[in-house]
Design a binder for this molecule. Structure first.
Ligand SMILES: Nc1ncnc2c1ncn2[C@@H]1O[C@H](COP(=O)(O)OP(=O)(O)OP(=O)(O)O)[C@@H](O)[C@H]1O
Ligand SMILES: [Mg+2]
Length: 389
């Protein structure tokens, strides 16, 4: 039975040296690799080195007895298959040995026909235990993986629910925002078209002006919402290229100049730095115009706007600073919310309250970031970071 025993290392411990030797020799003939000891302490030291599949220990030995040896051996290698050898008179102790973890016992004097099947059985049982432990371990790992996947699913679901609620809130406020100018248009055109309602020529001009203003507002709203929808649906095509910042800012400044002139605002542009951002020029212009028009709209008469550029760590930063009324910390926290005009809906400045939302989406689409800082009464700073080209 060399095939059964091959490569299986067996440690034999018996205080009777001749028994131990005979057993070692016999088992070796059957293909087992045997090492023998006559004392438990020495056997235990050898087991500490590892590599044994089976321990055959005599029960009654001077010094360390079989049960103590077996307990210590199992502590150092729980996979070790242990068999106890005992004479007829001590079968009670053999039972105790099995309670302590021995897989079986062999009564002395033993016959080869008995001992070989017992060894085989013990080794098979050991293999079963190892396999079971492996299965249990992979089951535990699989369960942990599943739990992790569940947690990720929960997180994704919560995120999706949040996004869906945000979308519903957006649609509801959008409908409200669209209805307001539309109602004004309907109301004033109704008056104009009526033959009974009194309206002088001056009133008619006034009503027509209201209709014009509301229509423009409605158009601006729809344009911004369409832009936002394009960004959100991922259909906005970007043409990323190296954009010279000084030139782009100069172009935007020209466009914003009339707004500044109307409020006597000084506009300071960055020194002709050679900075270039990796961006879509059209969209970057849209971003800058949004920030500059805010800096102008929410400024004070005779105030100032300053644009600064800087670079570092592979990024460029553009800052738009104004000397306006500024924003309180709680208002800063509500920036970038669609249709939230932070109280300006009652002020004199026109706006849809969606400019910064679009701006942020555009900046993020170009792998950038946007932020704001403000000092109430002193002014605000809006900055964007973009990858440098
Ligand atoms: N530079 C600024 N200083 C002070 N408040 C600002 C500044 N920029 C933005 N805000 C505040 O943030 C709000 C939202 O700005 P956002 O640009 O999104 O909308 P808006 O200017 O009201 O309208 P529009 O969509 O036409 O730009 C503004 O209504 C204003 O209250
Ligand atoms: Mg704006």
């Amino acid at each position: 039975m060399a095939a059964d025993g091959s490569a299986v290392r067996v440690l034999v411990v018996d205080d009777e040296a001749s028994h131990m030797q005979a057993l070692c020799d016999t088992l070796r003939d059957y293909g087992y690799q045997t090492v023998g000891f006559t004392a438990g302490e020495a056997a235990l030291a050898e087991l500490g080195g590892g590599g044994y599949a089976l321990l055959l220990a005599d029960l009654m030995m001077p010094g360390m007895d079989g049960i103590t040896l077996l307990q210590a051996a199992l502590r150092s290698d729980p996979d070790l298959a242990c068999l106890i050898m005992t004479g007829d008179g001590t079968i009670g102790s053999a039972v105790e040995a099995m309670q302590q973890g021995a897989l079986d016992y062999i009564l002395k004097p033993f016959k080869l026909s008995v001992i070989l099947p017992v060894l085989k059985r013990a080794l098979a049982m050991r293999q079963l235990r190892i396999d079971k432990a492996q299965v249990e371990q992979s089951l535990r790992e699989r369960a942990a993986e599943l739990a992790q996947a569940n947690r990720e699913l929960d997180l994704a679901r919560a995120k999706a629910e949040l996004a869906s609620r945000a979308k519903s809130a957006f649609i509801s406020s959008m409908s409200h925002e669209l209805r307001t100018p539309l109602n004004a248009i309907l109301g004033f055109s109704h008056i104009l078209s009526s033959t009974t309602l009194p309206s002088t020529a001056a009133q008619k001009r006034e009503f027509a002006a209201h209709i014009l203003k509301s229509s423009k507002h409605l158009l601006a709203l729809i344009n911004e919402i369409l832009d936002l929808a394009k960004v959100e649906s991922g259909t906005m095509e970007l043409e990323l290229q190296a954009v010279p910042l000084a030139e782009l800012i100069q172009e935007c400044a020209t466009l914003i100049q009339p707004l500044c002139a109307a409020r006597q605002l000084r506009l300071a542009l960055p020194a002709a730095a050679q900075l270039r951002a990796l961006a879509d020029p059209t969209r970057l212009k849209q971003i800058m115009l949004n920030l500059l028009s805010n800096a102008a709209k929410y400024n004070r008469e005779g105030g100032a706007i300053a644009v600064h550029c800087g670079a570092g760590g592979g990024r460029v930063r553009i800052r738009v600073c104004d000397t306006g009324m500024g924003l309180r910390p709680e208002q800063l926290g509500e920036l970038f919310q669609p249709f939230n005009r932070l109280g300006q809906e009652h002020g004199g400045e026109e706006g849809t309250g969606i400019g910064l939302v679009v701006t942020r989406r555009l900046v993020e689409l170009m792998d950038g970031a946007i932020g704001a800082a403000s000092e109430p009464g002193q002014g605000s700073e809006f900055w964007i970071d973009l990858p440098a080209a």
